[in-house]
Design a protein around this ligand. Structure first.
Ligand SMILES: *Cc1c(COP(=O)(O)O)cnc(C)c1O
Length: 381
């Protein structure tokens, strides 16, 4: 059985790795994977310098200048979201959470665990957060001190109007914490416009690193005023920051290979032309995907004007023979990993357009989907 990997569902993949059309982990470049072939000691000055250059680049991507600092954190993206909320939001605060999907709902669950008061502002899963409704909610409840906003709701692939929401928060002097997990690096975010106090993202999404590290880009003055606030030891962003400032080292064992891969991924990101180029490639991937899926009869769940170029939700075919698991397994055997839907109301599935992929992969993936539909005898229209 040497060299044969058996995976769930009995599929056998020999040598050829599948292309991940998912919102992370995603397909990384050979150079990014190559960067993980050496070991680093956590005391190594070369390693600690690497951490510093990564943090400086991350702040620069969103034009944070000297007013913002980057605090990296071990773990997946949710660890960093929970760390940011726990560190930056005082226990007596009240947080407004505009909610149009599963990642917004996750913020609510984190606030519940932290024992922080919140107001949930519900929207439909296809509906961007309304700036007017946010302003109304702030008017109705002057005790609201913070807004926690998901920029790109990955559940449906929906873009929320971050700039306008930030403008409201700035005007109202309300703190704004943004989950920019699946938008950071791909969509423009400019901290110089004001209004955003913290942005949270991770290594394994649009930066095309491997998963394992989150980070928060925080207004320096806010972070420095947050000592002792986190109820958690491991998720205390202030402690992580203060320790790094003092020692240049990570507070606990760093994910060394993840950092090395992220350094390589950022070098490629900058060589590609930074956020504008990354966003343009994803937009092109997304258009290619949507147009060729439409040609097969698939309908996107979202209206084009609110569809972010990161992951696309499609309605499942109405054919009674449709079973997502069968479709998924057959497309996987053809070399492409799709993603299940994450909506509560309608049967959908998702296809990502991020990672080290271009329009060729999108064309090939849709061709594979077409062959699978024929083989399974499923009609889309
Ligand atoms: C991926 C993602 C997260 C973090 O999820 P993890 O599974 O912890 O990596 C949080 N918010 C959004 C919007 C995401 O897309």
């Amino acid at each position: 059985m040497d060299g044969i990997i058996l995976i769930e569902g009995g599929g056998v993949i020999l040598g050829n790795e599948p292309v991940l059309l998912t919102p992370g982990p995603l397909t990384t470049s050979p150079a990014t994977r190559e960067a993980m072939r050496r070991d680093w000691g956590s005391w190594d000055t070369g390693f600690n310098r690497m951490t510093q250059t990564i943090c400086a680049d991350l702040v620069e991507i969103v034009h944070g200048g000297n007013d913002y600092v980057c605090v990296p954190l071990q773990g997946s993206g949710t660890f960093a979201v929970e760390a940011a909320l726990g560190t930056l939001v005082p226990r007596q605060a009240r947080v407004l959470v505009p909610d149009n999907g599963a990642y917004c709902a996750r913020i609510v669950r984190i606030l519940q665990r932290l024992g922080i008061d919140y107001v949930e502002l519900k929207f439909a899963e296809h509906e961007p957060a309304s700036v007017a409704a946010i302003e109304d909610a702030l008017n109705a409840d002057p005790r609201i001190t913070h807004v926690a906003q998901v920029h790109l709701e990955t559940s449906a692939g929906l873009l929320n109007p971050l700039e306008e929401i930030a403008a409201v928060c700035r005007r109202r002097d309300v703190r704004l914490i943004v989950d920019a997990m699946s938008s950071f690096g791909a969509l423009p975010i400019d901290l110089r416009a004001g209004g955003i106090d913290a942005l949270v993202s991770a290594s394994g999404k649009c930066l095309e690193g491997v998963p394992g590290m989150g980070f928060a880009i925080v207004r320096r003055s806010l972070l420095e005023a947050s000592a002792g606030q986190s109820p958690s030891l491991a998720l205390d962003l202030y402690d992580q920051y203060a320790y790094m400032q003092k020692t240049t080292q990570w507070r606990f064992t760093p994910p060394t290979h993840v950092l090395a891969a992220l350094r390589a991924a950022l070098d490629q990101f900058l060589a590609e032309g930074g956020q504008p180029a990354r966003g343009a490639r994803y937009r092109h991937n997304c258009e290619t995907l949507v147009n060729s899926m439409r040609a097969l009869g698939f309908e996107p769940f979202l209206a084009p004007e609110v569809q972010a170029p990161v992951i696309v939700t499609f309605h499942a075919p109405r054919d009674p023979k449709w079973r997502f698991a069968d479709f998924y397994n057959a497309v996987r055997d053809a070399g492409y990993i799709l993603y299940p839907g994450k909506l509560t109301e309608v049967e959908t599935f998702r296809v990502g357009c991020i990672g080290a992929i271009d329009e060729n992969e999108m064309h090939n993936a849709v061709a594979a989907i077409a062959r699978v539909l024929t083989a399974l005898g499923i009609s889309v229209r």
